[in-house]
Design a protein around this ligand. Structure first.
Ligand code: CTP
Ligand code: MG
Length: 242
């Protein structure tokens, strides 16, 4: 138990870092989570703010099968009681669930973060934890700022055409971390499995079962590395911010 001027703080948070993908869109032979950004592995940047957080009991890093058994040296050196490595599955959802199952029962609040997001903000992590502890889900998210067009798929080999402009006011882009009371997340996974539903984030599973999910305003620097251009942007950011 940690203490602060406001009294004892619970240590109840388990973190799942999903890093079992193959990085097909970025190409190359090294999975993107192991690429260096200004000399520091992408995955290490994603993990560090959680590993150093005083409320976090354990971090589970979910890795491609094979890599979990023989991780890079820097990751093997970090692995131990506080950080464990487990093999993931075919989809991000499978990997997140493998991570959730590996958390000890003392982790009653669970955060899931993409191993491909190198710059999670400590203040956003805190806000997600606060909201999840209060009994609801919470996701880091960004209000949409572009004008959105719905496309009419091309049928004649030409370019897709604009069907209409979609009002953006109620729209947010979901990022990570996403945090939940553990029982809510476990029920959501079980229900999705039995319903054959595959979601691309945890919130979508919780929404299906009617769970409440708060939007925690995030910053654009917490973007996901998907393409080679994203990696160059991350390099430039790290050069400025360290
Ligand atoms: N992920 C995972 N298990 C999978 C697929 C994805 O843990 N079976 C993780 C990725 O490692 C990444 C995050 O989920 O940290 C978001 O996925 P994405 O950006 O799509 O990464 P990849 O699947 O690796 O990339 P791509 O889709 O281009 O192959
Ligand atoms: Mg993917």
């Amino acid at each position: 138990m940690w203490t602060s001027s406001r009294g004892p703080l619970p240590r109840d948070v388990g973190v799942v870092i999903t890093a079992a993908g193959r990085g097909e869109r970025i190409g190359g032979t090294t999975p993107k989570q192991f690429l260096l950004i200004a000399g520091v592995p992408l995955l290490l940047r994603a993990v560090r703010p959680f590993l150093s957080h005083p409320d976090v009991i354990q971090v589970i890093v979910v890795l491609p099968a094979g890599v979990a058994e023989s991780p890079p040296e820097w990751l093997a050196a970090l692995a131990g009681e506080r950080l464990r490595l487990v093999p993931g599955g075919a989809t991000r959802m499978d990997s997140a669930e493998a991570g959730l199952r590996a958390l000890p029962p003392t982790c009653t609040t669970v955060l899931v973060h993409d191993g491909a997001r190198p710059f999670p903000q400590p203040s956003v992590i805190d806000a997600v934890i606060r909201s999840a502890r209060a009994g609801a889900g919470a996701i880091a998210a960004l209000p949409v700022s572009d004008t959105l067009k719905e496309a009419d798929p091309a049928t004649d080999g030409g370019p897709a055409r604009v069907l209409r402009t979609v009002p953006r006011t109620p729209l947010w882009r979901a990022q990570t971390p996403q945090g939940f009371p553990r029982p809510l997340l476990e029920t959501a996974f079980a229900d999705a499995r039995s319903g054959g539903f595959v979601g691309t984030d945890e919130s979508s599973l919780v929404e299906r079962i009617g769970g409440s999910v708060a939007l925690v305003p995030d910053v654009s620097s917490n973007f996901k590395i998907t393409t080679a251009a994203d990696l160059r942007l991350a390099e430039a950011m790290a050069a400025v911010e360290g």
